[in-house]
Design a protein around this ligand. Structure first.
Ligand SMILES: [Zn+2]
Length: 491
């Protein structure tokens, strides 16, 4: 192992653009006396000093403005949100949504109206920086939908400040519907404090904190959407509709953070220091040709969702959120699904945040006591500080992504010749000042090495493409990193 490690991290001499091909070097030597200033330093190859390249794990990308913004996340506000959502008694998608019930504060209609009013309050507080919207549709009878039912997703849009990049979208979501032991029961208590008032509260709290920051000291070139969906417990109906709309309308949706069961249930074996981040490996939306390439090149752990999960890990290292992301390389838990999958099915990068250890007596259960065991998803089992930490991690991830340049497009790995180097090319990203090539051993779970490319959109590394997995990401002048883009082989 030691031999492999040492040989693998031999000096990665880096070339930029055409400048280090022998012809270009000769050309440069001739021209150097005549017009050094014209060709300038952007044409000089960057030689990396011998020794191992920087280890990525040592990097922290902490924007103090983002760190300041996430400090505003309030566990007390989150508690108020969760208790308010629980107060509607039953938020099943098939529960009441008529005017009278809304007035009485009962059922999913009342929950929906309250979420809307809450987003509108944040919008007012930030001088109208949030646009509050609904995505409503009628679901026809199906397995868990006994009669035609209106399902309403409620969301707020924080439009990107750069007109050139405002079409780039990052999104956070949680589901505001709940259930008890019976999926077809829309009347008896279904508090859903953890599942998933906690996730809806994360989305709302991110909206409150980031909209405030955007109207104050933070600038996001890209758009952030704060979403709460319904229909999750009936079959992901709300998120399916929303993701399909995003796909049909051609949204440039870069990342989806789904928070479902992030209440940190106060059970003896809970580990409140971590939150699980689930991500799919082989993409649900991969075409036959893409699956063939994944099989050929060992790309099983490099879906855009997996890169998003690694990005969350990077954010977890960079900011003190109070909770560490624990990456789980799997779509979801056994016997369970979630709204991130609806986005995966449409080809979007989406991950799921869930507490470390779930207590199944406190989920999908009608509140009751049996043989000394307390069942039900009640607020008293929720750890509000924990939800606050998860909200901070989400807010830091959203802010980092929305502040960053677009990921490099058209990233290619040149595979014309049999050689032991790696040449990468890509298109310039709007807002980027430099780029970083990341790589790792094929058996490593996360990026290990990073090489900064200070000019140009092409690099050659003296590291074998056969032994490593590569990606390129864009970096803005303030050091915000984009999501990494995996190269496609080009012959
Ligand atoms: Zn749920």
């Amino acid at each position: 192992m030691a031999y492999q490690k040492n040989s693998r991290i031999s000096p990665p001499f880096i070339d930029h653009n055409f400048c280090t091909t022998s012809a270009a070097v000769t050309f440069l030597a001739i021209m150097i006396g005549l017009s050094l200033t014209f060709f300038g330093p952007q044409c000089l190859a960057q030689e990396i000093a011998p020794g191992p390249p920087p280890r990525l794990a040592a990097d922290r990308h902490t924007d103090p403005k983002i760190a300041k913004a996430i400090e505003e996340v309030s566990p007390d506000r989150i508690r108020e949100t969760i208790e308010k959502l629980v107060s509607f008694q039953n938020r099943s998608t098939i529960s009441a949504q008529d005017e009278e019930s809304i007035k009485a504060g009962r059922g999913i209609g009342a929950a929906r109206e309250w979420i809307k009013s809450e987003f509108e309050r944040y919008a007012k507080d930030c001088g109208g920086c949030l646009e509050v919207k609904t995505d409503a549709f009628t679901e026809l009878p199906a397995d868990r939908i006994p009669k035609p039912t209106v399902i309403t997703n409620v969301y707020a849009v924080l439009r990107g400040a750069d007109p050139q990049q405002a079409n780039r979208i990052v999104l956070v979501t949680g589901h505001y519907d709940s259930r008890n032991s019976d999926t077809l029961n829309g009347t008896d208590p279904a508090p859903g404090a953890n599942d998933d008032a906690s996730g809806a509260a994360v989305s709302l709290e991110c909206a409150r904190v980031l909209s405030k920051a955007a109207s104050n000291h933070l600038r996001f070139p890209a758009t952030i959407i704060f979403l709460t969906v319904a229909g999750e417990e009936q079959g992901l109906n709300g998120s399916k509709h929303f993701a399909q709309m995003a796909k049909e309308q051609g949204w440039n949706l870069e990342a989806v953070l789904n928070n479902d069961i992030v209440g940190g249930d106060r059970s003896p074996h809970q580990d409140a220091s971590v939150v699980r981040v689930f991500s799919e490996g082989v993409p649900a939306a991969a075409t036959e040709a893409e699956i063939k390439r994944i099989r050929m090149l060992g790309g099983e752990s490099d879906s855009t969702s997996r890169e998003l999960a690694r990005y969350v890990a990077d954010v977890g290292r960079s900011f003190d959120t109070g909770v560490k992301p624990l990456l789980v390389f799997r779509l979801d838990r056994f016997l369970r699904g979630g709204d991130h999958y609806s986005f995966n099915q449409q080809g979007f990068a989406a991950v799921r945040f869930t507490e470390f250890r779930e207590n199944f007596n406190h989920q999908h259960q009608t509140p009751r006591s049996e043989n000394g065991i307390e069942y039900g998803d009640s607020p008293k089992f929720v750890d509000y500080d924990y939800v606050g930490h998860v909200a901070r991690l989400n807010a830091a991830t959203l802010a980092s992504l929305a502040a960053a340049p677009a990921p490099p497009a058209n990233v290619k790995m040149v595979t014309k010749n049999l050689d032991n180097d790696t040449t990468l090319t890509w298109e310039a990203s709007t807002g980027a000042a430099t780029y970083e090539v990341l790589w790792r051993s094929t058996s490593a779970p996360d990026w290990e090495y990073v090489q900064t490319i200070t000019n140009g959109t092409r690099a050659t590394l003296r590291v074998s493409k056969d032994n490593e997995i590569f990606a390129v990401r864009a970096v803005d002048p303030a050091g915000h990193r984009s999501l990494p883009a995996i190269p496609e082989p080009e012959r």
